[in-house]
Design a protein around this ligand. Structure first.
Ligand code: BMA
Length: 835
């Protein structure tokens, strides 16, 4: 029988019915909420908000009025129609993913085995329960909060979770994003619902469950790709597998057994176009398509090798342990930020939102995102976009800031979820490393009971660490598993990597959380910093949206409610750090601006220092990239996608070339960093200016620099309170590669002039240009266009007299040039004290 006939026959052999769409939602009693429309994939809070049953939890203190939602049981219900053709198949599977959290699904009244874990895939054979015509599917969601309390009540020993960080004290006992219980940057909103796809898969011969590819890069001019296809066959039988990778295609007769089968198809890709992280090359991807027994599957595959090398080293006479990522054999300095779930309303976690935030990462010169362990395994578009943008992913497993149960039931839940997630995700070329958890090594020292019974808690934790390592070893042996972040190395549960900088990755929080001098950063020599941050207030425009009228001030109740850092008083810390660097402003509204200027100053001081330590230090990942809701936090990008001053400062600090001045012996050293290309000749120019606008001196330091290296170009002259340095890095052919502004002491002690800044705008179609000219040096020059979506090419910058700067603004929401020029507002440091 020819392929065509077989293929045609096969096509009829599998059909998929997507049950997503509008369902009915009721609370279990049906008294409070009855049969309101609810979107699937989606969550209860989104439906209640759309139904006007709750107020927007992002405004004022409405969060508190909606806490009851998390303590209710909810029922999602939908009627769907099936025809005879669909039911004529040998098997009908119901498949659901991201079911949050405890749900009993029934089909026409038949209860299926319960869902108990947000991170697992659930599959049931449901053909016996289905009928031609109308069918009813229901999902009864038990309150996860109450379930966690029930589990806590049954514990023989306490399993503590970090305190004062949320309102659901036992969320660590259940498999759900920990941040749903509230975090020090996010509200408590116990998400409930079918947050992922729900579908019926009818088949006779094949359902494709997972596809993964083993890549062999051992020979230079080719990559051998073994495509593994895991197929479930309800009744077995002979069929054809058609596979295509790039331009190559293969057909294979296969004989399936009833149950799960593994089919392997090898391909040899000659002269492969490799995948590179952003800034190192192209993000080449090959199309992979498969068809077997009517089941079809496709994805994109990047060919690359990725390693994380962590070996003992000795730096400055001190034993340590390196941490270096290498892609296609080339070391890469990781420049990134930590990702948290991008919205507490699941329905707003859209591909457009992912693309908006992740493209901003690329525009800000990042090449790595750490997917933080207190959130969720992300939806598929997140990974595809990272693959296409060249953003490597440091992927935590979903454990954070707590101890965790180690009962056989809990560990088997973890085993199931990791098996599914690793099988689902391992082919994403962007995923550079699996990391066991966030801060759980440290957590064993945070509680009285764990300190007093350390041996027991360490022993129990070790079971979880080992289980995770086993699952990675079994399903993704080619990728590194790092036990925890921060961590000094596998098996080391005693080193405190909040303080210890020489081994593995560290989380450095003391400088910002204790409002210490930024010079403290110069006393560190880390190998890799996977968390550090400076929190800030959101911009005034955003705060005006979530604070009720009359409440838009750093001291108002609404504003304080949107500051969730409570272990220490988050707002007081921000104020403290503003006061450390700047004069306090006469007007309340300028604290928003100053908090962001301080955040920019703090982050760039730290990250620039660590870049100058390359290759000893091979990466910095800023806490945090994005926001979960609108409020004060450590984010670089505000809840609505608008870049903070810090994001522009990070863009300059993460640029392929950097020039900066850092603490050295007997004063500051001018340092240059090259993460752009192989050996190159550069000129480091050091200009000393007075704050009254005179150029006092200019010296050029020619410098030779290899790839992934930093070098001292020269000494920075001593600066006084009336002078500052402007550094420029120029290529051999005169191109300006990087600039930087260095002051001696603190801005509050500097005799700033009062610049007059002229702004000229012009409409260049897809981009709008803004020319800035100043008669005096101006600092933290901040352009805003409230309500106009898009970002500037640069911002929060220094202007020098006689050196106009031309910027562009790239709109991405169809706003008009006129509305942009009307909304355009400029602030500089001196201007806020003039009002
Ligand atoms: C670290 C992170 C997060 C937290 C951040 C700021 O602990 O892992 O848990 O939000 O610090 O406090």
């Amino acid at each position: 029988m020819s392929h065509i006939v077989l293929a045609a026959l096969a096509a009829a052999l599998t059909s998929v019915l997507n049950l997503g769409g509008i369902w009915e939602l009721s609370d279990a009693s049906g008294e409070k909420v009855h049969a309101i429309p609810a979107t699937v994939p989606g969550d209860v809070h989104s439906a209640l908000l759309r139904g006007g049953i709750i107020e927007d939890t992002y405004v004022g203190m409405n969060e508190l009025d909606a806490l009851w939602v998390g303590r209710e049981d909810w029922v999602f219900r939908r009627i769907f129609t099936l025809n005879g053709d669909f039911l004529s198949h040998a098997s009908v599977l119901l498949r659901a993913e991201d079911v949050d959290t405890f749900c009993d699904v029934t089909i026409n009244g038949h209860r299926l085995s319960p869902c108990t874990n947000r991170f697992r895939r659930w599959e049931w054979e449901v053909k016996p329960y289905l009928k031609e015509g109308k069918n009813v599917i229901e999902g009864y969601f038990h309150s996860a909060e109450i379930e966690s309390e029930k589990r806590a009540a049954m514990l023989k020993r306490p399993i503590p979770l970090i305190e004062n960080i949320g309102k659901v004290p036992h969320i660590n006992l259940i498999r759900k994003p920990a941040c749903h219980g509230g975090w020090d940057w996010g509200l408590t909103q116990m998400v409930t619902g079918f947050c992922g796809p729900v579908e019926l898969i009818a088949s006779d011969s094949a359902v494709i469950r997972y596809v993964w590819c083993d890549q062999d890069h051992s020979s230079k001019d080719r990559v051998v790709v073994k495509v593994n296809v895991e197929v479930y066959s309800p009744s077995g039988g002979k069929t054809i597998l058609n596979a295509r990778l790039g331009k190559l295609s293969k057909s294979k007769r296969v004989s399936l057994n009833a149950g799960v089968n593994l089919i392997v198809v090898p391909f040899v890709i000659k002269n492969p176009r490799l995948w590179w992280p952003a800034g190192m090359g192209e993000q080449n991807l090959y199309e992979l398509t498969l068809e077997v027994g009517g089941a079809v599957y496709s994805k994109q595959l990047g060919l690359r090798t990725v390693e994380m090398i962590s070996v003992p080293d000795k730096i400055n006479g001190k034993d340590g342990r390196s941490m270096t990522f290498k892609v296609n054999g080339k070391p890469v300095y990781a420049r990134g930020a930590n990702w948290i779930p991008c919205d507490a309303y699941e329905t707003r976690q859209t591909p457009e939102r992912y693309r908006d935030i992740l493209s901003s990462c690329k525009d800000a010169n990042m090449n790595m995102i750490r997917l933080w362990g207190g959130g969720q395994f992300e939806h598929e578009p997140f990974y595809r976009i990272c693959d296409s943008l060249g953003l490597m992913i440091w992927h935590d497993f979903m454990f954070s800031c707590s101890t965790y149960p180690s009962s056989p039931e809990f560990l088997s839940e973890v085993k199931e979820e990791l098996t599914h997630q690793i099988k689902r995700l391992r082919d994403h070329c962007s995923i550079a490393m699996w990391c066991g958890d966030n801060e759980c090594v440290g957590a064993m020292g945070w509680f009285d009971v764990t300190r007093k019974n350390r041996e027991w808690y360490v022993g129990e934790y070790d079971k979880l660490v080992k289980l995770r390592a086993e699952v990675v070893e079994k399903y993704d042996p080619g990728r590194v598993y790092w036990p925890s972040s921060p961590c000094a190395g596998p098996g080391d549960y005693s080193t405190d990597n909040w303080k210890e900088d020489s081994k593995g990755d560290m989380h450095l929080w003391s400088v910002s959380k204790e409002a210490l001098s930024l010079n403290e950063y110069y006393n560190t020599h880390p190998r890799f910093v996977s968390e550090f941050g400076h929190s800030s207030f959101s911009r005034l425009g955003l705060a005006s949206g979530y604070c009720r009228p009359g409440e838009v001030s750093p001291w108002s109740g609404d504003f304080k409610h949107h500051q969730k850092e409570q272990i220490v008083d988050g707002n007081a810390i921000v104020m403290n750090r503003i006061a450390r660097h700047f004069k306090l402003p006469p007007n309340a509204e300028d604290y928003f601006y100053l908090s962001q200027a301080e955040q920019a100053l703090g982050l760039s001081t730290a990250a620039q220092w660590w870049r100058t330590l390359e290759p000893d230090c091979m990466g910095t990942i800023i806490w945090q990239l994005n926001d979960f809701w609108p409020g004060s936090s450590w984010s670089l990008i505000e809840y609505d996608g608008v870049w903070k001053q810090s994001c522009y400062a990070v863009k300059r600090t993460y640029a392929p070339y950097v020039i900066t001045a850092v603490q050295g012996d007997g004063g500051k050293d001018v340092m240059v960093v090259n993460d752009a290309r192989d050996k190159c000749a550069l000129i480091a120019r050091v200009e000393i200016w007075s704050f009254s606008g005179e150029l006092l001196s200019s010296v050029d330091f020619p410098t030779e620099l290899a790839y992934a290296r930093a070098a001292k170009a020269g000494k920075l002259p001593e600066l006084r309170n009336d002078t500052f340095a402007f550094l420029s890095l120029v290529s051999g052919d005169g191109n300006l590669l990087a600039t930087n502004t260095i002051i001696g002491g603190e801005y509050k002690d500097c005799s700033l002039g009062e610049p007059g800044i002229v702004v000229e705008t012009s409409d260049k179609g897809r981009k709008w240009t803004i020319k800035l000219t100043s008669d005096l040096p101006a600092f933290f020059v901040w352009l805003e266009a409230e309500g106009i979506k898009g970002h500037f090419s640069d911002n929060s910058l220094t202007l020098l007299p006689g050196r106009p700067v031309e910027l562009t603004f790239t709109p991405n929401n169809g706003d008009s040039f006129e509305s942009f020029t009307r909304a355009l507002k400029i602030t500089d440091l001196a201007s806020i004290y003039k009002k």
